[in-house]
Write a protein that binds this ligand. Structure first.
Ligand SMILES: Nc1ncnc2c1ncn2[C@@H]1O[C@H](COP(=O)(O)OP(=O)(O)O)[C@@H](O)[C@H]1O
Ligand SMILES: [Mg+2]
Length: 255
């Protein structure tokens, strides 16, 4: 993958400082301090409603924050900026949703090539060739002309990953990418995510796939009631979770 960032290996990529977010009177994120270094894979886990989706959505500004700051390679994501700058910034942070969100009226290849053409001004034939390569990479070279409705959920999610990668983002965010899939399709999506991690992509993944977390994550962030209450390596987290709520979460997950 082309490296469009100028940050050195190991340098900070994403920094969250004292991030607070409320919906009305309800505080969803409470003084979140965290950082993600370049090439790191972070798995965010925690109970339903704890703020996981809200947290990662603030990172490409799908959600606004009330206070604190979030920087990507030193740039303040929540600064005032023009729509064009915001689009440029968003294109540096790929986002994969639980619900795929493909455009149903566009072919798979057009779904993948659309943003590079529209947002980056890449020539259509160049973008199309690249889309075919990305589809090959996620195992869907033969589906380029198909429409999303003709694909299984696992295939659609792999297209969604290819679409995000088409913008060559230095960072990828995943919000429960396998939660809407039938069990037999989970593995094919996780395999694509694993290969991305192996290539050094910086990734934040909200997922309940603890096998993936154990195998692929560099760090786990455990979030509960809007706070990151434990960060640990997978080894530490699964063998010896420190916080009682993390212990309970893991024990519930196992039963
Ligand atoms: N747009 C919204 N308006 C009001 N409350 C919301 C909104 N989005 C999420 N919430 C609430 O914020 C809390 C955290 O939600 P979310 O970040 O989706 O949690 P998670 O992804 O961990 O399940 C939940 O209580 C949820 O009901
Ligand atoms: Mg969620």
């Amino acid at each position: 993958m082309t490296d469009t960032s100028t940050t050195a290996q190991g340098a900070q990529t994403i920094q969250l400082s004292q991030v607070c977010k409320s919906y009305g009177n309800y505080q969803v994120l409470k003084n979140i301090d965290a950082e993600v270094t370049r090439g790191e894979v972070v798995v965010i886990c925690g109970p339903s409603g704890s703020g996981k989706s809200t947290l990662i959505r603030t990172i490409n500004r799908l959600e606004e924050i009330n206070s604190g700051s979030i920087t990507l390679d030193g740039r303040n994501i929540h600064a005032q900026m023009r729509a064009k700058e915001l689009n440029a910034l968003r294109s540096r942070v790929g986002f994969v949703f639980q619900s795929f969100n493909l455009f149903p009226h566009l072919s798979v290849a057009d779904n993948v090539s659309m943003s590079p053409i529209r947002v980056k001004g890449v020539k259509p034939d160049v973008a199309y060739d690249k889309a075919l390569k990305l589809l090959d990479r996620v195992g869907l070279a033969d589906k380029a002309q198909a429409y999303p409705g003709q694909l299984s959920g696992g295939q659609q999610q792999r297209v969604a990953i290819a679409r995000a990668l088409a913008m060559e983002p230095p960072v990828m965010l995943f919000d429960e990418p396998t939660s809407a899939l039938d069990p037999e399709m989970v593995g094919e999506v996780l395999a694509v995510m694993k290969s991305l991690a192996a290539e050094g992509m910086t990734m934040l993944c909200v997922t309940h796939e603890m096998g993936f977390a154990r195998e692929v994550a560099d760090r786990i962030w455990f979030i509960d009631a809007g706070e990151i209450i434990e960060t640990a390596t997978p080894d530490e987290f699964f063998k010896n979770p420190k916080h009682p709520r993390a212990q309970r979460f893991l024990s519930d997950l196992r039963h």
